[in-house]
Design a binder for this molecule. Structure first.
Ligand code: G3P
Length: 216
């Protein structure tokens, strides 16, 4: 499973990139707003840190497909690794179809059903982003959506890649891998949690103590 980091924070991306396990980056309007900068102001820094797909979303206020296409073309110009993130709406699907014709990669976001994923893929989306955590938040089974999308895409050999998004904790990463998601996009905090285990810490402490007893 490929791992993307889900943040626009340069320090988090820089630190995560040192691990050598990050395959890409996803951002969204909320993550960009959190940094207090415009997308185009952070993208170059991000692209210099991670040599992989970088998702930059069109403005949240952009709703007409013609404007989405115009904005998507500008996002694509920022760097060769840019992927244009488009929300799952009727106009979004049209925009994905048009951007695909132009050879521009797209990531259809805010996906919460198999039908949405299927239509986005049929429009030519490079990636679809089903949101696991937000389904869990309303007592629905977010991981089950990943299994279902994987099943449908496998049935028809659909090449669109599934980015499991809205990852809330390390077990989401495990379950997305079990479900066969192509990618999980993971917040920095969760990525750090994935490294840790209390028995590992205890084992290291014992090794140190045993070593010091003999060698000081
Ligand atoms: O960036 C897309 C998605 O990962 C956002 O997740 O935590 O806002 O539901 P979240």
């Amino acid at each position: 499973m490929k791992i993307f980091i889900d943040t626009a924070n340069i320090d988090e991306i820089r630190d995560a990139a040192t691990l050598g396990v990050i395959d890409g980056v996803t951002t969204n309007p909320s993550l960009i707003a959190k940094e207090g900068k415009k997308l185009e102001d952070v993208i170059v820094d991000i692209c210099n840190l991670v040599d992989g797909p970088i998702s930059g979303e069109i403005k949240a206020t952009t709703t007409k497909w013609e404007d989405m296409v115009a904005e998507g073309k500008e996002i694509a110009k920022l760097h060769k690794n840019m992927v244009v993130k488009i929300p799952m709406t009727k106009d979004g699907i049209i925009a994905v179809k048009e951007l695909t014709k132009l050879g521009i990669k797209t990531n259809v976001t805010l996906i919460f059903s198999v039908n949405q994923a299927l239509l986005a893929a049929k429009a030519g989306a490079t990636y679809v982003s089903p949101f696991v955590g937000r389904l869990d938040d309303i007592s629905e089974d977010g991981i089950n959506l990943i299994y279902d999308i994987v099943d449908v895409f496998t049935n028809y050999d659909i090449k669109t890649e599934i980015i499991a998004a809205s990852i809330r904790h390390p077990m989401h990463a495990v379950e997305c891998a079990k479900a066969g998601a192509d990618i999980a996009t993971i917040p920095y905090k969760v990525l750090m949690q994935m490294i840790k285990h209390p028995l590992t810490d205890q084992g290291i402490e014992k090794f140190v103590n045993d070593y010091k007893k003999v060698f000081g």
